[in-house]
Design a protein around this ligand. Structure first.
Ligand SMILES: [Fe+2]
Length: 277
C-alpha cells in the first residue's frame, strides 16, 4: 500500500509525503489505461506465493512504488536516541474532543454521512494494546483532502479538516466520530480512482514503531480496480482492511457505525505500510 498521506493539522506532527492523493506528481503523457493496470493486477495475483510480502512494496501497477520502495535493509537505530528528536506525546497532550472529526472549530457541521468508526487494537492473542495513540486522516465527503496540495476540483468543506486522534482505552478500544469519505481520483493511470478509505497511524511506544495502514468500507465497487489495495495480494489480508458495518454501533437518528479491529502480530495481523515509503 505504501501510501501514507499527510494528516492535515494532526498535532503530533507525524507526517509523511502524500502519495495517493491528487497532489501526486503531475500526470505524465501516455498514462496506462485501467484495462492495462487491471491486467497487471491480475498477473501479480497469479504470481503470488506464500512467501510474497504483504503488501508488495514494489508493485508495478502502483506506479510510484517502483521508484520509492525500500531497496536496502532497515537501519537499526537506538530507540532512546531517536526519541531525543522524534515527536513525543503524553496523555495530557490529547483532548478527547480530538476523536470527533465532526466537531469543527468553526462551529458548523460538515456535510456527509455521519458515522462512528470503532474497534480494538490487540496483539495476536487478542490482548489489548492500551494507551495507544491512534491517528486518522481522510478526505471529506466529496473526496477532497483539506490540504493545500490537493487540487482535485471537488469542494472543500469549511467545517471538516479530516484529521483526528485518540488513545485506546483499557480494552484497547478506540472510537472516532467522522464523515464517510468519498472516493477521489489520483494520477496513477488514466481514470484512476481510490476507493473510500481512512488512513490510520499507530504510534507504538516510540517513533521507530510507527505503523500506517488504511481502512476501507464494505462493498466498494473500486476495490478490484485499485492498485494500492490490490498490492496486498493475499485476499484474506485484503479483507482484514475492510471495516464491517455494525448496527449495534449505529445510533438512532444520529449516525451509522462501522467496526474495524487492528491486530499487530500473528497470522491475522493487519497489513501495514512501510512508513518511509
Ligand atoms: Fe488517501
Amino acid at each position: 500500500m505504501g501510501t501514507t498521506g499527510t494528516p492535515p493539522g494532526v498535532g503530533s506532527s507525524v507526517v509523511t509525503p502524500t502519495t495517493d492523493s491528487p497532489s501526486a506528481p503531475a500526470a505524465p503523457v501516455g498514462l496506462s489505461s485501467q484495462a492495462e493496470v487491471s491486467a497487471e493486477i491480475a498477473a501479480q495475483a497469479r504470481a503470488r506465493t506464500a512467501a510474497t510480502p504483504q503488501p508488495r512494496l514494489d508493485y508495478p501497477a502502483y506506479r510510484s512504488s517502483l521508484l520509492r520502495h525500500p531497496t536496502k535493509a532497515p537501519v537499526p537505530v537506538d530507540p532512546e536516541g531517536v526519541e531525543l528528536w522524534a515527536p513525543a506525546f503524553g496523555e495530557r497532550d490529547l483532548d478527547p474532543a480530538e476523536a470527533d472529526l465532526t466537531a469543527s472549530a468553526t462551529g458548523g457541521e460538515p456535510i456527509g454521512e455521519r458515522m462512528v468508526v470503532t474497534g480494538r487494537v490487540t496483539d495476536g492473542e487478542g490482548r489489548p494494546v492500551r494507551r495507544q495513540l491512534v491517528e486518522v486522516w481522510q478526505a471529506n465527503a466529496a473526496g477532497r483532502y483539506a490540504h493545500g496540495r490537493d487540487q482535485h476540483p471537488a469542494p472543500l468543506d469549511p467545517h471538516f479538516t479530516g484529521s483526528g486522534r485518540a488513545l485506546t482505552d483499557d480494552d484497547g478500544r478506540y472510537a472516532f466520530t467522522t464523515i464517510k469519505p468519498g472516493p477521489y481520483p489520483w494520477r496513477n493511470h488514466d481514470n484512476a480512482w481510490r476507493p473510500a478509505h481512512i488512513h490510520f497511524s499507530l504510534f507504538g511506544h516510540d517513533f521507530t514503531q510507527r505503523l500506517i495502514t488504511q481502512m476501507y468500507f464494505p462493498g466498494d465497487p473500486l476495490f478490484d480496480l485499485d492498485p494500492i489495495l490490490q498490492s496486498v495480494t493475499d485476499p484474506a489480508a485484503r479483507a482484514r482492511l475492510v471495516a464491517t458495518y455494525d448496527h449495534d454501533v449505529t445510533s438512532p437518528e444520529w449516525s451509522t457505525g462501522y467496526r474495524w479491529d487492528i491486530v499487530l502480530t500473528g497470522p491475522r495481523r493487519t497489513v501495514t505500510e512501510d512508513p518511509d515509503a
